[in-house]
Design a protein around this ligand. Structure first.
Ligand SMILES: [Zn+2]
Length: 386
């Protein structure tokens, strides 16, 4: 393989393309052949990106490995190991790469190693280590670490809940035009977390983040347009914003788009579209969408089964589908879903045999989560059987 280096002094860009006209790093226009042993880590990194753009992920992985102990190459290598991109997924090896980069003072490496500790991936879970690393990188003005640290303060992960500290760190990231920081700070202004409520600022910050194509910001803009908070109420805009966010696969936005189609908010009512978006959100684990799909199936509103004859089998199928959805939902501790699973077991719906023991267990779990209907059902069952 032949490599060509940009000839500008200090530019280390290297390409595999013989006929490249302009260097994307410096704008230089002269390239000279370079032997592999003279390629710098930054050159290997540019080759890695070029291979990735061309779709050759294994080659991209090989290139970033050839950058050796360079922190940026190590982080790229680690990310690829973490995501299984161009190489087998290996969380421990990924964390090793991040650790080697962090040991050289790389904020990126520290932040990524912090994430391994936060999630317990490749390293044993430790909030203490995660926060130590985030703080180091945040103090070096590294925006992703500032966002992570802000999140820890907002939700009290490994530290006491501290709204002011959360808003401070989000704000530091926002100052560097980091869209996640802008968005998170915008939500602080919306909910009065660590700052005075100020919806105008929420709108400003969400717009900035949305301009940088940070999709969750579109979702929030959709909510603001739907409610007329900080902006003029505009349901069509709301639906459009939700759709933008939903197209990136954000479950809560997919749920919102489903709701728009179901109820005709800013769009023509379209139950088939509603089902399409609700099921996408439900499959991605959105609780509200799962319960909604369950009810739609149970009540026969789901358009996905329209072409089946409405005979006994259809009813059975509806109920089965409903039970499926409720089962999925119940795994996530939703008391309503547990109550309904109990109901299905008690009545023998969904093609399941009647099972009062299962029903009681489900009702009890739902009742313990404060579900009043489940409590009544449990009392009813216990009166009848004991
Ligand atoms: Zn150049």
């Amino acid at each position: 393989m032949e490599y060509y280096r940009c000839e500008s002094p200090d530019c280390e860009f290297v390409t595999m393309q013989e006929d490249l006209e302009v260097c994307p790093l410096c704008g230089g226009m002269t390239f000279v052949p370079v032997p592999p042993e003279e390629i710098t880590p930054r050159g290997w990194l540019s080759l890695c990106r070029e291979a990735a753009r061309a779709g050759d992920q294994p080659l991209a992985y090989e290139f970033c490995c050839r950058g050796g102990d360079d922190p940026a190459c190590l982080c790229e290598q680690g990310r690829r190991l973490y995501n299984g991109k161009g190489t087998a997924r290996d969380l421990e090896k990924a964390a090793d790469c991040f650790e080697r980069a962090a040991a050289q003072g790389s904020p990126d490496g520290r932040c990524l190693l912090g994430l391994c500790f936060e999630k317990g991936e490749g390293r044993p879970q430790s909030w203490e280590n995660a926060i130590f690393l985030y703080k180091q990188a945040a103090d070096e003005n590294f925006a992703p670490a500032q966002c992570n640290l802000g999140w820890c303060y907002e939700f009290g992960k490994g530290v006491a809940v501290d709204g002011k500290a959360a808003a401070y760190w989000y704000g530091m990231a926002a100052l560097k035009k980091d869209p996640r920081g802008q968005y998170a700070l915008g939500l602080c202004y919306l909910n009065g977390i660590g700052v005075e409520k100020d919806v105008k600022r929420t709108v400003q910050l969400c717009r900035l983040a949305a301009e940088a194509d940070y999709r969750p910001a579109y979702y929030t803009m959709g909510e603001l347009y739907e409610q007329g908070t900080g902006v003029k109420k505009d349901l069509q805009q709301a639906a459009q914003c939700y759709r933008w966010a939903a197209m990136s696969g954000l479950p809560m936005a997919q749920f919102a788009v489903g709701r728009c189609y179901e109820k005709g908010i800013g769009v023509e009512k379209d139950q088939a579209e509603a089902d399409r978006w609700y099921s996408a959100a439900g499959e991605a684990g959105h609780l509200g969408a799962q319960v909604t799909m369950g009810l739609r199936c149970e009540l026969g509103l789901c358009t996905k089964q329209e072409n089946i004859d409405r005979d006994v089998m259809t009813v059975l199928w509806y109920r089965r589908a409903a039970l499926q959805w409720f089962r999925q939902a119940a795994r996530q501790n939703l008391s309503e879903a547990r109550y309904r699973m109990g109901l299905y077991a008690e009545k023998g719906w969904g093609g399941e045999p009647c099972n009062r023991v299962v029903a009681k267990v489900m009702y009890r779990m739902a009742a313990e989560q404060g579900n009043a209907e489940a409590r009544k059902a449990l009392e009813r069952l216990e009166r009848r059987w004991f």
